[in-house]
Ligand binder design. Structure first.
Ligand code: GLU
Length: 378
């Protein structure tokens, strides 16, 4: 494997979301392509070995399940129940194939099924983030898909390009790779001889000038929804590559071979944007006061443990952004892992006592380092 990432990417790439379209892993007829999955998981295992965390968003459940569900009735086929049933049977089959491929690399996968509602709800959003973070820390490959079996009009994400964009933003990934049928964008229809491949696209606010191509017959997305993902992520400083799943090693094609179309993100946003988001959503009037030991630990990039808390003022809910104070001065903001009524009960306790006191354990810490921002660190 070549060592050098394409030069537009940060050399310290740490976390990437990779979206696999239905046809990246299944045939038009809905057969799961184990060879393709094997190749992709080989790439994923190499990335992990190189210290890059990978979150997969995989489509294909509906396509893999369709041969099991009768679709004689045109009406039924159009109805959401049909897709839900297809997905219910296809999803575990897909996961089985992913796991078979990962076994060869002594890696495990975990299934995370989401609806749009889950991502809109603050507490659930936060739960998902903690869940995926925990999976990654345990060297497990999270595989996300829309929870088609419970999705209906109002709560559907719509397509996995949007789900992948949401996941990249939620998990603060540096890069999203969308693997699809064409190798990114062309200046005209790629079926025409004259079409020129666009290898880079400079950052723009809306990508209005870019013409899109027709969508595939399988899967819900198309180039339009992929550009929608680009529009959402590049202003946040997240790099996006739209690339083809056809090469033998499609992820390496995008990462090391300048494959696909690379979208430049807006420069220099990361910490400031995050800081702004956590500060602007801080719960008015709520705070956590901490002792000197905790203050020092936070300055050294530690998480906030209950033992370091002296006093709190609620009410706040798990997932709310709270001011963290030392000597009556707010010096940090962070998202709380517990409701204020529960934090009250564990003030001054050791982390191993949390479960005993509360009767449940969500986290060993009250504010995790990944969800905290120090005011002066811009
Ligand atoms: N969730 C659907 C599936 O697994 C795919 C949605 C999409 O193609 O965007 O089949």
């Amino acid at each position: 494997m070549k060592k050098n990432l394409r030069e537009e990417l940060p050399s310290s790439l740490k976390r990437v979301v990779i979206k696999l379209g239905s046809l990246a892993i299944t045939s038009e007829a809905g057969e799961i392509d184990q060879k393709k999955i094997d190749a992709l998981m080989l790439e994923v295992s190499r990335l992990r070995k190189n210290g890059i965390e990978v979150i997969l968003v995989s489509s294909g459940a509906i396509n893999a399940g369709k041969k099991f569900i009768s679709d004689n009735s045109k009406k039924l086929k159009d109805r959401i129940e049909y897709f839900q049933a297809c997905s219910s049977i296809g999803q575990p089959l897909l996961m089985h194939n992913y796991q078979m491929a990962l076994n060869k690399h002594k890696l495990n996968s975990a299934q995370v099924l989401l609806t749009h509602d889950d991502l809109k709800n603050k507490t659930r959003y936060f739960n998902i983030k903690n869940n995926i973070t925990t999976l990654l820390k345990n060297n497990i490959i999270p595989i996300l898909n829309e929870n088609d079996s419970v999705s209906f009009e109002e709560i559907t994400v719509g397509d996995n390009d949007q789900l992948a964009a949401m996941a990249a933003a939620l998990m603060e990934a540096e890069l999203l790779i969308l693997l699809t049928e064409t190798d990114g964008l062309y200046d005209t229809d790629p079926k025409q001889d004259k079409a020129n491949h666009l290898s880079h696209i400079e950052f723009q606010e809306n990508f209005k000038n870019i013409r899109t191509l027709s969508k595939s017959s399988v899967g819900r997305g198309g180039m339009t929804t992929k550009l929608e993902a680009v529009r959402k992520l590049t202003p946040l400083g997240i790099h996006v590559i739209i690339s083809s799943f056809r090469p033998l090693l499609p992820i390496f094609h995008a990462l090391y071979n300048n494959g696909g179309t690379y979208f430049f993100p807006r420069d220099k946003v990361s910490t400031k944007t995050k800081l702004k988001r956590i500060i602007t959503t801080a719960k008015a009037g709520a705070f956590i006061k901490i002792d000197e030991g905790a203050y020092r630990s936070l300055l050294r990039s530690g998480s906030l443990l209950p033992i370091g808390i002296k006093k709190i003022k609620g009410p706040f809910k798990r997932g709310d952004s709270i001011a963290i104070q030392f000597k009556n001065k707010t010096f940090a903001y962070g998202l709380s892992d517990y409701d204020s009524k529960d934090v009250e009960k564990i003030i001054g306790k050791k982390s191993f006592e949390i479960e005993e006191v509360l009767g449940f354990l969500i986290s060993d810490v009250v504010v995790h380092r990944d969800n905290m921002i120090l005011k002066d660190k811009k």
